[in-house]
Design a protein around this ligand. Structure first.
Ligand code: ARG
Length: 273
């Protein structure tokens, strides 16, 4: 049983396919295998359950293949869910479905004014929120979440189109830390502009810096409960780095879901009740 029991929201990819392209990983002309996507997703679900976590489910709607990436379904702290406003038309209908789910499950729903893609671009690191900009979430959404949640927001600018969401380039390994303590994070330096790299170095001097090789197999798109780090088996260097720091790597291969440009973290939204 994990000491740090988490609750995650996931969506079984029953209607998974790649029928449009909104990031460089998506190639609609290439075939996808829905059954394989479901089988791989199930392994991630099973790994969370086996380690004592709770997983809640939202049903994937036909015609919304990216709904499997529930990290984009909101950003939740203290039972308050900030709803996404997707950049691309293809995903915009997802917002109302996630908002309904939160309402039906007793969360306070915070409707956004600005474009944002939920936990894809917002990661809670200790007391602070790390916020990505450059490809998807609008700069103004950073101010909006700072105001709504009353927390300091560190804005980070992404510059490599392959790493279009913050959670593809940065991972928080200690989701909960003692007040004032600095959580361990890992990141891919080349995914950020110079100014953001300086911000990261200043605030997180002990961060794990991940190689381009591990970054480009979506190694940073990982989830952590503070003890176990769920990550891609292809990110061999990062696996060794997390083990060195005393975490237990748990590998799950989501290669089929990578055809949509998503990995483990993308398929996982943390529900902080
Ligand atoms: N195809 C999806 C998109 O481009 C993938 C989303 C991945 N999600 C994430 N949290 N990085 O929007």
């Amino acid at each position: 049983m994990a000491l740090n029991r988490r609750t995650y929201l996931m969506s079984r990819p029953d209607h998974f396919t790649v029928s449009y392209s909104i990031n460089p990983w998506m190639h609609p002309a290439d075939p996808t295998d829905t059954a394989r996507a479901v089988a791989q997703w199930q392994k991630l679900y099973d790994a969370y359950i086996a380690l004592g976590h709770e997983v809640e489910l939202i049903e994937q709607a036909p015609g919304l293949p990216d709904m499997v990436y529930t990290a984009n379904g909101g950003f939740v702290i203290d039972g308050r869910a900030y709803i996404p406003k997707f950049r691309y038309a293809e995903r915009q209908p997802e917002s109302a479905l996630f908002a309904d789910w939160f309402r039906d499950n007793g969360y306070e729903v915070l409707e956004p004014e600005y474009t944002n893609e939920g936990e894809g671009d917002f990661l809670l690191a200790g007391e602070r929120i790390l916020a990505g900009r450059g490809f998807r979430s609008a700069d103004d959404s950073h101010r909006e979440i700072a105001d709504l949640f009353g927390r300091e927001v560190l804005s980070l600018t992404l510059v490599d189109p392959r790493f279009y969401h913050l959670d593809t380039a940065l991972s928080v390994l200690d989701p909960v830390v003692a007040p004032g303590a600095e959580p361990t994070i890992a990141y891919l330096p080349g995914a950020f502009d110079d100014a953001s790299r300086e911000v990261l170095e200043e605030h997180f001097p002990n961060a794990i810096r991940v190689s381009d090789e591990d970054g480009s197999v979506f190694g940073l798109n990982s989830a952590s409960d503070g003890e176990n780090v769920f990550l891609s088996p292809r990110a061999t260097g990062f696996i060794a780095q997390v083990a060195e720091r005393g975490y237990t790597p748990v590998t799950v291969d989501l290669s089929e879901l990578l055809l949509g440009g998503g990995g483990i973290k993308c398929c996982t939204l943390e529900l902080r009740k």
